[in-house]
Write a protein that binds this ligand. Sequence first.
Ligand code: 9MR
Ligand code: 9MR
Length: 576
Amino acid sequence: MKGIVKLLFLCCTTAILMLCSSCEESLPPISDTFSEQIRLNQIGYYPAAIKKAVIVDGPETQKFMVVDSVAMNVLLTGTLSSAEDWKLAGETVRIADFTKLTTPGTYLLLVPDLGYSYPFKIKKNVLHEAFLGSIKGLYYQRVGIPLKKEHAGKWHRDIAHLDDSIPFHPSTGKTSGYISSPGGWYDAGDYNKYIVNAAFPLGQFYLLQEQYPELVSDNMLNIPESGNGRSDYLDELKYEMDWALTMQDGDGGLFHKLTTKNFEGMVMPSAATSQRYIVGKGTTATLDFAACAAQAYRVFKTVDSAYAEKCLTAAKKAYDWAMENPAVAFTNPEDVHTGQYGDADFEDEWFWANAELLVATQDSVYRNNIKKKAIDFNFKAGESWTAYMRFLGMFTLLDNKEAISEPFYNSIKNGIIASADRLVTSAQELDYFQPIDDFHWGSNSDVLNAAMVMAQAYRLKGSPKYLIGVQQAMDYILGNNAMGVSYLTGFGDKTPMFIHHRQSAADGLEDPVPGLLSGGPNSRLQDVAGGAVYPENPVPMQSWVDQEPSYASNEICLNWNAPMTYVLGFLEHESD
Ligand code: 9MR
Ligand code: 9MR
């Protein structure tokens, strides 16, 4: 027996060696150009993850290889699947499944006739830098301080927008006076600050901190507060929270936004000097603030109790204002034309505020108010800042079982699992293994917000299918998509270079500010009027152009970076 085994072993190794050496001999040289027809996660894969590249118009020979980019030897050969027509992507594709390759390394996928893919890695914590980069992106959005070279590198810039004496617009109900409302992050490619879209991303960032408090420690982000002994992540989040607190009126209500009347030109912050105003006051801003301030209380409790108490007091006061003013909708006043973030359906905001305040205080007032309306568990692309808040409330309740009755907890648990099941099923059927089939403004955030639902199901049940769903959604964002682009600036080989972002457009540097997520394909093409040029009638997944005027497909925004950070952090913690 022994002899036969040995002989077999010898035969096999010889065969493998022969196979490999013959491959090596025929390996084409790596040139500087990589095949655009091979789509994959340009950063890389966790060793145990499903690994599927998409080959567009692949050859009939159906052969592919995974090549170690250093040793230039073939680690795996495989057969492409038979061709499929993908409608959303507008492509004929074959799949190269290299899941079996789990050895850490840097690789290239080779398809004879097409060439090599971009290099990618297989290793543990493969998304660590991208995760930190997506948080550092927030630092680059900071208002009211100079970005110093030592923190910002070549993207350093002058101080701008002190916002220390901002007049009230009559839409606030005040006819005179000023407030000081400094700091915070610029919302997006524009320089305004909006409470709805400060609170919503903060909600997602805080969720990550509560679920995985150890992910970011001090000195990991190289920001001004690094070295103060506290998590750099908390320091960065506090920069935004501090601003949000200044937007609360004496009676508890929140002003809606701090903004110019019209969008500024594509200039550096210090050249954007139009008068800014405090505009509007309403229920969505107030409830969203109440919710995220209650989270801030919990997150900061152990590191800065005075600050935590300040946040909780502000949260309760905001909630009380909303009780007195339960349906004050915001719309832009006639003379203000910047982001509206208007929403006349307050149910999601109520649900979120009740959930966060309940968990922060255990006060039965919030428990009693929370059950008022049925909850919709269905994820809908495009809802984003108008309605995703209900999910944030649900996620917090799922993490705090004791706060609610068992039947209520079970209904949320079952609802989220069923919702995640639908998303997983969709992702298996849809182009590029991602879960959405309708591409709105900010579609990349929809993919990631859906992934967050799958992530909660994974936390509840631990079934691999949910983790796979989240990983494949991230593969889509990082390059396995119909544009072949890794949508996070600075991370990947082909990344957006012309984002709709005023600093990046005006700073004279080739590289855009890094760590910012492009909005992604948007089949509505609202920016054609603004000068974006698309190919004729693009299919939904190709409705994206790397052009500066494309604010509907290629802007960046806080509420897109937020689920990016959440999903990256989740994956870093949960993936092997
Ligand atoms: O720069 C603005 C961007 O931040 C907004 O998301 C977008 C939609 O509201 O509008 C952009 O501003 C454009 C304006 O709407 C129309 N004129 C050109 C402006 C800059 O491209
Ligand atoms: O994300 C917003 C999107 O859902 C809207 O359709 C769009 C037009 O109103 O506005 C988007 O938000 C922008 C905001 O109004 C201003 N700052 C930039 C935001 C991202 O483009």
